[in-house]
Design a protein around this ligand. Structure first.
Ligand code: GLN
Length: 485
């Protein structure tokens, strides 16, 4: 049995249920672990020790009264610092929100509380979730627990690193272009981006609203299934939320997995690290040996994904971030002379360089005279990209790809923004098409860095993806390895 801080959510839930362990003991163990590793990892923007222990104690009281609420009751779960928790800081890792305290709960927050989870910590991320390395945080970068000189991926780098380092039992992130799956891959974890509309975005700091989804990080596929089951479902507070009954994802793990798998040939070209290519090929062989029908498919518009994404995402961001004006929220410049100057200076002082770059780009592509040439055209390309996937799904049930073209890179290594944008080439198509996808550990590079396999599914077929990923996980031991720190 691994040490407490590396045990899975499912294992810990069973131990809590058997009263081998109390929620307070578990929380104390994680607080001690956090004190030891956090100075090296920096996965948290903040945490409230007394509040976490009070929630754990309330869970123990429920259990003692025979009113435990299920597998999440008493389990410490970390939230990315873009998900609102009432009376807690909500910074989006930005200076502009550095003094902001949320007056309300996100729907996912409320759902986790209803399930009895202990909400522990505000997890570091790229500023407003813009980035692929967590180096854009105004509060400093996060280190990858597998190699502290490397990035954990981004933008949900803190959500991944805190889990990989044993500071939380599971966590939530948000994924607009890969921000759950890519850090999960780089930190050796399971990360799931749900179908657009499955999980409510109410209380999520908006980056690009037509692409954003909240989703789980877990040590195992089962842990991700448990969390997804708790946060999914219709919410009238999010007008893009889908009306559907949420299946029992955990039960689906042992159900039949899809058998027709497609390998998109565009995802295995130049730029793919050979070690990652080999690990994904081995996973393909595993499924073939299991009797799956595996065939090559084509997603012909893949080469336009990055361009379409960086037009649409920045356009939506420029609109969403207009609300941060120094008047209603967050940082207010002290140097302003009049109202316009107050907006300009508050934003100039409050936003970091990458956020400004995107606001400027997004404002440009939406401006009169350029709207048709850029924004409208990108929306048309988006439709073509979605059609590519839907056409492939006429022949196959799921697609297999690498999650990231490269393993975790060195902190500071990629100074050029375009080099960072290229980290997302295998993940952003999924967001543009609104599909579900999961990253599951599928090996290590020669230098010991984790590798992720991405499985992409049809809309609202998360249960299929989880069953497929679980099948793979049961036959491999990648998820049982932990970083040495
Ligand atoms: N790296 C991508 C970006 O910077 C995706 C980020 C995300 O998914 N939030 O936009």
């Amino acid at each position: 049995m691994p040490p407490l801080h590396f045990q899975s959510l499912a294992t810990l839930a069973a131990r809590l249920e058997r009263r081998e362990l109390s929620a307070v003991e578990l929380m104390q163990a994680l607080l001690a672990r956090t004190c030891t590793v956090e100075p090296r990892v920096h996965a948290f923007n903040s945490y409230d020790e007394a509040d976490a222990l009070a929630q754990a104690s309330a869970s123990d009281a429920r259990r003692a009264a025979g009113q435990a609420r299920g597998p999440l009751d008493g389990i410490p779960v970390g939230l990315k610092d873009v998900i609102a928790v009432r009376d807690q800081p909500l910074t989006a890792s930005s200076k502009i929100l550095s003094n902001f305290v949320s007056p309300y709960d996100a729907t996912v927050t409320r759902k986790l509380q209803d399930a009895g989870a202990v909400l522990f910590g505000r997890l570091n991320c790229d500023e407003f979730a813009m980035g692929s390395s967590n180096e854009n945080s105004a509060f400093g970068p996060v280190a990858n627990p597998w190699d502290l000189t490397r990035v954990p991926g981004g933008s949900s780098g803190g959500s991944a690193a805190a889990l990989a380092a044993g500071e939380v039992v599971a966590s939530l992130g948000s994924d607009t272009g890969g921000s759950i799956r890519q850090p999960a891959a780089l930190c050796g974890l399971v990360g799931l981006k749900p179908t657009y509309g499955l999980v409510s975005r109410y209380g999520l700091v908006a980056y690009a609203s037509s692409l954003d989804q909240i989703g789980p990080f877990g040590r195992t596929v089962e842990d991700a299934a448990i969390l997804l089951g708790a946060i999914a479902g219709h919410d009238e507070l999010d007008s893009t939320s889908y009306h559907a009954t949420v299946p029992d994802y955990r039960a689906a793990l042992s159900g039949p997995a899809p058998r027709r798998l497609g390998i998109p040939k565009e995802y295995f070209g130049a730029g793919l690290d050979p070690g990652i290519g080999a690990a994904v090929e081995a996973a393909v062989k595993f499924y073939r040996d299991r009797g799956c029908e595996v065939k090559e498919v084509s997603l012909p518009h893949t080469s336009y994904c990055l361009d379409a994404y960086y037009v649409i995402a920045t356009a939506e961001a420029s609109s969403n971030l207009a609300r941060f004006d120094g008047v209603r929220y967050g940082h207010r410049s002290k140097a302003a002379t009049d109202a316009i100057d107050l907006y300009a200076k508050s934003r100039a002082e409050g936003f970091g360089a990458e956020v400004k770059r995107r606001i400027i780009l997004g404002t440009y592509v939406l401006s009169s005279g350029y709207y048709d040439a850029y924004y409208l055209r990108a929306q048309k390309v988006r439709t073509l990209i979605r059609r590519d996937f839907l056409r492939a799904f006429e022949e196959v049930d799921a697609l297999l790809t690498p999650t990231s073209p490269a393993p975790a890179f060195k902190l500071g290594e990629k100074a050029d923004p375009l080099a960072l944008y290229l980290c997302d080439i295998y993940t952003i198509g999924v967001n543009l098409a609104g599909l579900p996808a999961i990253s599951v550990p599928c090996g290590f590079t020669n230098s010991g860095l984790p590798i992720g396999l991405q499985l992409i599914g049809q809309p609202f077929k998360e249960a299929d993806l989880l069953a497929l990923a679980h099948d793979y996980e049961q036959a491999h031991d990648w998820h049982t390895r932990h970083p040495n720190l």
